[in-house]
Structure formats: C-alpha cells, structure tokens
Design a protein around this ligand. Structure first.
Ligand code: NI
Length: 213
C-alpha cells in the first residue's frame, strides 16, 4: 500500500485483461459452466466496521479550521498525500476527480453530497498557497487540508495512513513515502470502501454508487 515504490501501474490492468481472456476461453470450452452468476451485491461495504477515520483538526487552504465532524452529513473521499509528489498523488487525484465527474453526470444528486479531501502529509512545504494551487489543478471541489506536524500525524494515525520522509531529489527537495489509498466514507463518518483509481473513472463512479444512495 506504500506508494512511490517503483511499481508498474500497468501491470494490473494487463493481468486483469488476461484473466478476462482466460475466463472467456474457459466459457468457450465449457458453456454449461457459464450460467449467469447472481449479481447481488455483498450485504456489507468492504470497509464496514474498520477502525479507519477519526477526529482531526486541520486548516484549509483558505485558513479555516476544519474538523472531521464538519463532514457529517456528506459522503467524504479522503486521501493523504503531498503537493510536491511527482507522480502518485497527482495521478490518484486526477483519477478521483474524473470518477467524481462521471458520477455527477450520472447522478447529480449524489455527486452534490460528496466532498473530496486531500490531506497533506508534508506540512513543511505544503503551505496554504501551495495546497490551493495543487487541489485546484484537479477540481474546484477538492478541499486541501494541512496543519502542524502533530495535527497531521494525529490525522494520519486516525486514518491508518503511513508516511515517512524519503530520498532527496536533485535541487534540494525530497520525496515522501506514503500510503496511497482513496478512502470513501458515509455521511456518519464510517468507512465504506477504497476507490479503485487504477480501474478508471467509471469504476470509481460504480464503486461510489454501489455503497452510497
Ligand atoms: Ni504521493
């Protein structure tokens, strides 16, 4: 679950496609085994009851104090990352924004009830100005939050997110290793699911619609 290891983002779709091809081949060989399966969704969201999410007090890019309680009554999408991230965070945020766009086109009522949030785990560099510039590159709706190192650590702990300063980059910067999970929460703050950013915008919208109403 740690990002920035040099994993190949393309391996999974290829494997999934090969699995699908294999399944089609199997169906061709044994049609009787391919009766339609029940598509009834699982009764419980994948993260139901997981100890993920919890109180935090952070600061928005516009300087307002924002707590976890402020999101009650809305579905929340929560991601921890940093604005200077060279690859993973921008990719995840772009895909999340695209997924929300697809969802809002399908279901504007539900789309209006979802608040995406980007929480910086690099408060040293992610000033309000930097955060605002980062989030606005993806969506006007994406809320950027940061705070003191202690406040950020408390928030990350509450969401079971790991982060650690990583290797230095040319020019005096540094990478930050971090968990890159896109969490989806219900309006009471309970975790529902992890959004499948690697599967594309439609899959993200599907997953949201599956667990939200
Ligand atoms: Ni990142």
């Amino acid at each position: 679950m740690i990002s920035h290891a040099k994993t190949s983002g393309r391996a999974r779709p290829v494997r999934a496609a090969m699995a699908t091809l294999a399944a089609i081949a199997l169906c061709g060989a044994a049609l009787a085994a391919c009766a339609p399966r029940s598509e009834a969704p699982p009764a419980e969201p994948p993260l139901a009851g997981a100890p993920i999410g919890g109180p935090f007090t952070l600061t928005s890019a516009t300087g307002e104090t924002v707590t976890w309680k402020d999101f009650r009554g809305k579905y929340a999408i929560v991601y921890f990352g940093y604005a200077y991230c060279p690859d993973v965070c921008p990719t995840d945020m772009q895909r999340t924004a695209q997924g929300l766009k697809v969802l809002s086109e399908r279901n504007p009522g539900l789309g209006a009830k979802i608040q995406p949030v980007f929480i910086s785990i690099d408060p040293e560099r992610d000033t309000p100005e930097v955060l605002a510039e980062f989030t606005s590159a993806f969506s006007d709706d994406l809320m950027g939050l940061s705070g003191s190192p202690e406040a950020v650590k408390a928030a990350a702990d509450a969401f079971r997110v790991y982060y650690k300063k990583g290797e230095e980059t040319p020019g005096g910067g540094y990478l930050v290793d971090h968990t890159n999970i896109v969490y989806f929460f219900d309006p009471s703050g309970q975790p529902l699911a992890m959004l499948p950013t690697r599967e594309g915008p439609a899959a993200i919208a599907d997953e949201i619609e599956k667990w939200a109403s």
